[in-house]
Design a binder for this molecule. Structure first.
Ligand code: MTE
Length: 316
């Protein structure tokens, strides 16, 4: 029997989860944490107590790897985060990223626009760990134990209106903190977008941690996206705004060079980048190259999203 799960934006207002239920859950969690701290079970402020209790999150066994997890030390010292420089060694510059307070604006075609503190958002979702492959458009790849929650859970919180066709994500803009943003020829802030169907796909994951800990700054703390079937540039870091729109968002790289980086950016070894092959990928931390797979090996989860869309430039 085919059971079709209704997406958040398809649920009538009256049936959507009540705000009070969320708020009560949050109060319950906060009270629990306060109690734990009071009993001396957890040292420090409730904020720290929550992080301590949240990580490591239980691993979801559904998502399996075909390669070893990338060494944490390698992964945290080889990053793309252009806000802090247009090279891979940005980890120390990224420590300037100020994480508190961190607010996320949810706006556009939603029932009610809102601004959520990162901690408030965490209190409204359940965290889990997932092992995902990540394929950069530059033909290197990694495998990461991300912690986070499905993007569909955020759709449930945001309650998009029926006219919403795309989700647009935006990173902070603060050149005084992120020196790369002084490079005025780049179209700051970093923007990315997906369709509502892609956002509701079970693989689309909002990341808050990696390697069993809160996300390090250079990897996009406190909140980034992971879309493992797409080239890595779609996985936007340090998100401050999530907008629901009827217009297809133009991403940072698409704005810079649309002939090389498109909206869909699905991984395909048979469609070369205009300047290099996408047939193979180098595993980060080794010289080993492996064959790249269509949709980065996640076709069984996502190929159906693109049926009948052969006219679109799906693989760039
Ligand atoms: N997000 C922002 N805000 N700025 C960036 O420069 N780079 C993207 C993506 N998200 C980028 C970003 C690219 S090209 C890749 S491959 C991944 O982040 C790299 O993630 P990592 O540094 O955690 O490996």
């Amino acid at each position: 029997m085919l059971i079709r799960r209704k997406y958040g934006w398809e649920i009538p207002e009256a049936l959507a989860t009540d705000e009070d239920v969320f708020l009560n859950r949050r109060r319950f969690m906060t009270a629990g944490l306060g109690l734990a701290a009071g009993l001396g079970l957890v040292a420090g402020a409730p904020r720290l107590a929550r992080a301590a209790l949240t990580y490591p999150a239980p691993r979801n066994p559904r998502y399996v790897l075909d390669r070893p997890i990338t060494d944490e030390a390698v992964n945290t010292s080889y990053n793309n985060f252009y806000e802090f420089g247009s090279h891979k060694r940005i980890a120390s510059a990224a420590q300037k990223l100020k994480l508190s307070p961190w607010n996320i604006r949810i706006d556009g075609l939603v029932e009610k626009e809102m601004t959520l503190g990162f901690e408030d958002l965490l209190a409204r979702v359940s965290l889990e760990e997932r092992l995902y492959r990540h394929r950069c458009v530059e033909a290197w790849a990694m495998a990461v134990p991300w912690t986070g929650f499905p993007l569909s859970a955020l759709l449930d919180i945001a309650r998009p209106l029926s006219g919403a066709r795309f989700v647009r994500f935006e990173t902070f803009k603060d050149p005084s903190m992120a020196s790369g943003q002084k490079q005025f020829w780049y179209p700051w802030p970093y923007v990315e977008g997906v369709t509502m169907a892609e956002a509701a796909n079970e693989l689309a994951f909002m990341v808050t941690g990696a390697y069993g800990k809160p996300l390090p700054k250079q990897m996009g703390a406190p909140l980034r996206l992971a879309l493992p079937w797409k080239y890595g540039f779609k996985s936007i870091k340090s998100i401050t705004r999530i907008s629901f729109t009827d217009k297809r968002p133009v991403g940072f790289w698409e704005k810079i060079q649309a002939s090389e980086y498109g909206f869909w950016a699905n991984v395909n070894p048979e469609v070369p980048h205009p300047r290099w092959s996408q047939a193979t990928e180098r595993l980060l931390g080794s010289d080993k190259r492996v064959k790249t797979k269509i949709y980065n090996g996640y076709g069984e989860f996502v190929a159906s999203l693109y049926q009948g869309m052969e006219g679109e430039i799906l693989f760039r």
